[in-house]
Ligand binder design. Structure first.
Ligand code: HEC
Length: 417
């Protein structure tokens, strides 16, 4: 789960490119234990290697090593759904007096890292935040964040791929994978002898950057908490002044089986629900789309610290330049995209008539949407998940990386300067 690099200073990736990797773990253990090897040998070898590094952190690290303290500066990363996820939401906090209780609140995380330093091993983590953590949050990893301070936590919420940790069961992970879900929620709402069950999975793909300020001292174990505000799943306003509400959700049980599903929520039009405020987003037209959008506001850090959503995940941040092949790019576009986006990209293809959200006018992309990483990401994953919730298919499985690169270039060129 964790990188073996438990004690190091400076940027280990740069060092690894120019120098053989030093086994700091063994080295530190040797020094601390006063091993049979003569310390002079150990330190002598260390000095030679350090002086050949250009890292400005090398010397302070050496001093610490010499003092047999090492450069260990650990941070415990935890994930917490607050008392809400573990103990439920009291009736006096819910409009209409419903008591809400989670059986499961499963979240799938990926690309977890701290900056300026603090890698967590590659792979995903799936947690059921309804499980009891004695209010401490569930441990995701302990990582070396270097000395100084951690000023940002990063993570992606998306369907699980390569899962390397977490407390979710194999069945929970399998369901998330099969249904391409980022969240799974189930539980019970009760009011005066009336019980309504709820159970739905939310497909999403969104990354977050969360500013924080955690001091990390040598020999200390600092703590960073990714806090998921479970109550946001039931809020009635996507902007300010939201309250937790359940009446409309309870009323969505159209087949009266005592349990509310995503499909049932999708049948409830927001037009008739004055309580629900979208902040002017017209693409959010059903209770289901509202709940999907609200779920993306759950992510926080260290309790109330806010996170900035980022659309493009790490893996797409630096796209490899595609070869140029304009005829092939045009043919691919005509075959795969024109049906919705139109022959010239103006969003007027027959396949897009009457769908909400409408197929985008690709000749008018602006801001982040006009960047190559974003376009490449969208071509790969499509739109079946929040925040997009659209009919656009993903092409990661049907087109290879070269063809997707050609298409991304072509689409980026449609918007003009
Ligand atoms: C079935 C219809 C459909 C097909 C086919 C389709 N798209 Fe889309 N696409 C949409 C819809 C609807 C949206 C707007 C909602 C969204 O962002 O998902 C969209 C959005 C996009 C966006 C994001 C625009 C923005 O402003 O965020 C890009 C880029 C894009 N499509 C590119 C493509 C490319 C390239 C292809 C072909 C490989 C393609 N689409 C195929 C329906 C489609």
């Amino acid at each position: 789960m964790l990188k073996a690099r438990n004690t190091s200073c400076g940027n280990s990736r740069d060092e690894a490119e120019t120098e053989p990797v030093v086994d700091w773990v063994t080295l530190r253990a040797d020094v601390a234990a006063g091993s049979a090897r003569r310390p002079k040998d150990v330190l002598g070898r260390t000095v030679r290697r350090f002086t050949s590094y250009r890292s400005r952190m090398a010397r302070p690290c050496l001093i610490f090593l010499a003092l047999a303290i090492g450069c260990s500066a650990e941070v415990e990363l935890r994930v917490f759904g607050e008392a809400y996820a573990e103990q439920g939401i009291e009736p006096d906090e819910v409009v209409g007096g419903w008591a809400l209780e989670f059986s499961e609140l499963v979240v799938s995380l990926d690309d977890v890292r701290l900056s300026p330093q603090g890698e967590v091993g590659d792979g995903g983590y799936v947690f059921d935040l309804a499980a009891d953590s004695s209010r401490r949050g569930h441990l995701l990893a302990t990582t070396d964040a270097g000395l100084g301070s951690v000023n940002m936590a990063h993570f992606r919420v998306a369907m699980p791929t390569q899962v390397v940790g977490g407390n979710a069961t194999a069945q929970q992970i399998e369901r998330m994978r099969l249904e391409k879900l980022a969240f799974w929620v189930s539980g019970r709402a009760s009011r005066m002898g009336e019980d309504v069950l709820f159970a739905w999975g939310i497909p999403a793909d969104i990354s977050y950057d969360c500013p924080l300020s955690t001091d990390v001292a040598a020999g200390d174990v600092a703590r960073v908490e990714l806090t998921m505000h479970a109550d946001h799943l039931f809020v009635d306003d996507l902007e300010v002044g939201a309250e937790v509400a359940f009446d409309a959700i309870a009323g969505a049980d159209s087949n009266s089986d005592g349990s509310v599903s995503a499909a049932e929520l999708g049948q409830v039009s927001l037009a008739g629900l004055a309580r629900y405020q979208t902040g002017g987003r017209r693409d959010i037209d059903t209770l289901w789309k509202f709940i999907g959008a609200a779920s993306l506001t759950m992510a926080h850090v260290d309790g109330e610290g806010t996170c900035t959503p980022r659309l493009v995940p790490d893996a797409f941040a630096d796209p490899t330049p595609a070869p140029t092949d304009p005829p092939r790019a045009m043919a691919l576009y005509a075959e795969h995209c024109a049906s919705c986006h139109g022959d010239e990209g103006r969003g007027d293809g027959p396949g897009a008539a009457g769908v909400l959200p409408a197929a985008t006018d690709l000749t008018a992309l602006r801001g982040e949407a006009s960047t190559l990483p974003y376009i490449a990401f969208r071509i790969a994953v499509g739109g079946a998940m929040f925040p997009y919730a659209s009919s656009m298919p993903g092409y990661a499985d049907s087109l290879d990386a070269t063809d997707r690169g050609l298409l991304a270039d072509y689409v980026a060129g449609l918007s003009g300067p």
